[in-house]
Design a protein around this ligand. Structure first.
Ligand SMILES: [Zn+2]
Length: 452
């Protein structure tokens, strides 16, 4: 049973609410500094969750709040579908944002001002825009009594910007039953448009990038152990030196370029539209075609290992027993075991590799009914547009959900101006999103849930 087409008033309200919720949520500062200490971690997530709960209750929904720890709530709301036997669809977003240094911004990062048709503020694209859209969508369905073809679960998670530890990851580990019967999910960092020159006419064509894959991540430490001693005495088991050797070996490692299937599919799709072929040996000249997505795409051509922190010694005349360095590794789908083994090998026997946080990679089917429905919804709202798959260099809450067998996609639809450099807005200064793009996204998502 498809969802009926909305009346003009219903559609106007859906779009207005998506914009209103995006702005009101930006004004709730939900900065996530990492960790779980109330001294460094703001209380904003609770206020944002209460805001979401109130908006859902206003239309008669009964949201469930799951608190992983005091002040770390996530909100879930269900709308039953016509066919309860089918696997359900999760629409989810995170309520937290990364820090914003107000002095770097040209506007108040938590003001949600609209300037030149753009909503400015931390979270405008990551990802209070999508949260606003799905919240407005849930309300539309509840208000109108429309029954979608299959069960929908709306999720508003805590702590995504800290690796989902106290949000989706915690719920997956402690309350997996809330996802019972759900097989697919959509969330952030996909569904936005890039603009390409059409090969025959040279005219602009929008291509919407559906994120079908994500790199995995391993955050951890190298711990070198040696023999402590007096700074005047020769020591050939110095932990700092051992650590330095490991750091150098990792940094000097040349990770080979590898074009995985989702990356190839994107490049082939761009070639089909533009007529411009891509060359494995000279990808740098092709990447600019990926427009606002090119920075993300550039991060999906090989694995990476960056050393990010350093901690060793406590007195200048004491050789310490141990020394540590933090690392941030990102691996392509299927490369997890090989990358961790390589890290061990490069570090050497006297340096232990400790993985503190592992986020699995995601590689969802690039074809199927849901991808067809996403494509159809985009084409209906932007006739002549194309839809292409791509791999994201970063991670989303689809990682923990994937461990339950849920196929996750990045599909927060935004129709973007051709000249908007999109990827750098994520965690960037003067983060902003076009008002019209949020309205567009709300319409696309309504079509999607009615047709999949
Ligand atoms: Zn995000």
């Amino acid at each position: 049973m498809p969802v009926a087409a909305p009346t003009a008033e219903e559609l106007a309200l859906l779009q207005d609410e998506a914009v209103r919720f995006t702005r009101e949520l930006i004004r709730i500062d939900t900065t996530n500094f990492g960790g779980n200490d109330p001294a460094t971690w703001g209380r904003g997530e609770t206020e944002a969750a209460q805001y979401v709960v109130a908006r859902l209750q206003e239309v008669g929904l009964s949201p469930q709040v799951i608190e992983s720890a005091p002040g770390r709530p996530s909100v879930l709301a269900r709308i039953p579908g016509a066919d309860r036997e089918r696997g359900g669809l999760i629409l989810h977003g995170h309520l937290d944002v990364v820090p914003a240094r107000a002095e770097d911004w040209s506007v108040d990062p938590f003001g949600a001002e609209i300037i030149d048709g753009m909503i400015h503020g931390r979270g405008a694209v990551d990802m209070k825009d999508m949260v606003g859209m799905i919240l407005a969508l849930a309300r539309h369905l509840a208000r109108t009594g429309q029954v979608p073809p299959r069960d929908l679960l709306f999720g508003f998670f805590a702590d995504e910007e800290n690796g989902s530890v106290w949000g989706a990851q915690w719920i997956v580990e402690h309350h997996p039953e809330v996802f019972d019967g759900f097989t697919e999910a959509i969330s952030e960092v996909g569904g936005y448009s890039i603009t390409l020159p059409e090969k025959d006419t040279g005219e602009d064509v929008r291509a919407y990038l559906v994120q079908t894959a994500e790199k995995g991540l391993a955050w951890g430490r190298l711990r070198a152990t040696g023999r402590a001693g007096h700074g005047s005495v020769p020591n050939d088991e110095n932990a700092i030196v051992r650590l330095a050797r490991a750091i150098t070996a990792i940094d000097e490692h040349d990770f080979p370029t590898e074009y995985i299937a989702s990356v190839r599919a994107l490049f082939d799709g761009i070639t089909e539209i533009t007529g411009q072929g891509w060359d494995e040996e000279d990808i740098a000249s092709f990447l600019p075609l990926a427009g606002g997505a090119r920075h993300f795409v550039a991060g999906t051509l090989r694995d990476s290992a960056n050393l990010t922190m350093l901690d060793g010694g406590y007195k200048v005349n004491v050789i310490p027993q141990t020394a540590e360095a933090g690392f941030d590794c990102r691996f392509l789908p299927g490369h997890q075991d090989a990358l961790l083994a390589l890290l061990d090998e490069l570090s050497g026997e006297q340096v232990e590799v400790i993985v503190d946080h592992l986020g699995v990679s995601v590689d969802s089917p690039r074809e199927g009914a849901l991808v067809d429905a996403m494509t159809g919804a985009i084409e209906a709202e932007d006739p002549g547009a194309r839809v292409l798959p791509y791999c994201l260099s970063a991670g989303t809450d689809n990682k923990p959900l994937s461990s339950l067998g849920i196929s996750g996609y990045g599909f927060a639809p935004l129709q973007l101006p051709a000249d908007l450099d999109f990827a750098p807005l994520f965690h960037g200064v003067d983060e902003r999103v076009p008002v019209e793009a949020v309205r567009f996204g709300a319409r696309v998502l309504l079509r999607l849930v009615g047709s999949c």
